[in-house]
Design a protein around this ligand. Structure first.
Ligand code: FRU
Length: 471
């Protein structure tokens, strides 16, 4: 058994690297009857380093096959890594656009490179198609996301102005080989010092631009992580290379969410996966086991009432084991839920707080540990508290909820993570947690009487990941 497989924090149903470090999802695409998820992979160590594109494939978003590395540095234009990028199905084949990262001492060069494939197994590298950023922007220029509209190709790319401001640039192409800079989509100066991993798509007549502003200062409960992932919504004027948009909204209120990317699948769903990690946070407890980081669950995106909602796709239900439904009831004080528990499960819990001061749900509980979701009447806020979760970083993250008579938490716990979809995905918390393996109890508690109107629980099975040609 490899070190990685022996780790008791090894995720059961999230995509992890076979070994080494995983970061951004790349090249998300539906191609030849399957979902493809490529990812930034440094197989040789649990630090950032010479990045390759690892590759997973699935027909159902749940059972994944690990395929051989798709892109690895070979040429001068990518000598220090095949960095993040995207995929497009074009004329029956697959187009990959990615950033060739080159370091020359302290200096950096970034080349936007093209590769093509007819089978998603072998890739022909065609070299740089955008050899440098436009005038006025630095070599922090990476992560092209490509799409096609009619006969025209488009891409957005993360950039930095020479004044040191993060922004997103738009390019237009006659083909994936030939690009022309069209404009800057985030011209105001409030997006940190660099924007990484942009994505742009339309949902219900609204254009949504995802991006990761680095180094945004915290604003109260917002932007509490060192690097953020957010979106703006509005209207893209592609011809003029400009976007009218509202303010940036964080995509996730937890601790570990970055570099999300989306694809549209044949059912028309806009699905998003993110990296359940952050740049500059590599000392995770699984490093000792030879691997670090993982991706989030896939999430379906919906545009409703001026808000991007995220929901787990229905395919996740394939993982469900026997269902337990607890009776609805009023309670006050602590309610140990001895009928349910585990380290891999899905739980839906709905509570009407009434006049209570607070209520909460603890998971991964033993005598000394718990991971807490706490609702407080004061401010109608919800927090995720991992101070007593176990090893790794602690901390608390808060968010204010929209007014409503009840609070619904849809929780996915894997061996070293928690993802919470709040009120049908209006907000999501994602975090890595590292509890002892046998911290498996679940409890509810309240100060003041609350009504538990629903509690459904399913243990989740670990789907096996098959490997084809991955050592
Ligand atoms: C985001 C990022 C990207 C870059 C990649 C390198 O996490 O820094 O901007 O392409 O990771 O692995």
């Amino acid at each position: 058994m490899t070190l990685s497989a022996a780790s008791h924090w090894r995720q059961a149903f999230h995509l992890c690297p076979p070994r080494g470090l995983m970061n951004d999802p790349n090249g998300l695409v539906w191609f030849q009857g399957a979902y493809h998820v490529f990812y930034q992979w440094h197989p040789d160590a649990c630090q950032h380093g010479l990045k390759q594109w690892g590759h997973y494939r699935s027909t159902d978003l749940v059972h994944w096959t690990s395929l051989p590395v798709a892109l690895a540095p070979e040429h001068d234009y990518e000598s220090h890594g095949c960095y993040s990028g995207s995929a497009l199905v074009d004329q029956g084949g697959l187009v990959l656009l990615y950033t060739g990262n080159v370091r020359k001492g302290e200096l950096r060069e970034s080349y936007q490179c093209l590769a093509r494939s007819s089978d998603a197994l072998t890739f022909d590298k065609l070299g740089p198609v955008i050899p440098a950023p436009p005038p006025g922007f630095t070599q922090h220029f990476r992560d092209p996301k490509i799409w096609k509209d009619g006969d025209t190709y488009w891409l957005v790319i993360g950039a930095q102005t020479e004044a040191g401001q993060g922004t997103v640039l738009l390019y237009r192409g006659r083909s994936p080989e030939s690009w022309q800079w069209t404009g800057e989509l985030l011209p105001e100066r409030c997006h940190g010092y660099m924007c990484e991993c942009p994505d742009l798509f339309r949902l219900d007549d609204t254009d949504i631009l995802l991006f990761c502003p680095q180094g945004l200062p915290a604003q109260g409960q917002r932007f509490n992580n060192r690097h953020a992932a957010g979106y703006v919504a509005g209207r893209l004027n592609a011809e003029q290379g400009a976007m009218q948009h509202g303010e940036i909204i964080e995509l996730d209120r937890g601790f570990d969410f970055y570099a999300p990317q989306t694809l549209q699948d044949p059912q028309g769903r806009r699905l998003m996966l993110g990296w359940m990690g952050l740049p500059d946070e590599d000392q995770t407890p699984t490093v000792a086991d030879g691997w670090t980081h993982c991706l989030t669950l896939p999430r379906a995106l919906h545009w409703e009432g001026g808000l991007l909602r995220q929901t787990p796709p229905v395919e996740m239900q394939q993982l469900r084991g026997p269902h337990t439904r607890l009776p609805a009831r009023f309670f006050n004080g602590t309610l140990e839920l001895s009928q349910i528990g585990g380290d891999c499960f899905e739980l839906v819990c709905e509570v009407q707080p009434g006049l209570s001061r607070c209520w909460g749900l603890d998971v991964r509980v033993d005598a000394d540990h718990f991971t807490r979701l706490l609702w407080q009447a004061d401010g109608n806020s919800l927090s995720l508290d991992r101070q007593a979760s176990g090893e790794g970083d602690g901390g608390v993250r808060h968010t204010r909820l929209a007014a409503g008579a009840s609070v619904r938490l849809h929780v996915f716990v894997d061996r070293s993570s928690i993802e919470v979809f709040v009120n049908r995905g209006e907000q999501v918390f994602s975090a890595r947690i590292y509890p002892p393996a046998d911290a498996q109890a679940i409890r509810l508690f309240a100060e003041g009487e609350v009504q538990l109107t629903r509690l459904d629980f399913w243990p989740l099975h670990a789907p096996s990941v098959c490997r084809e040609g991955v050592e």
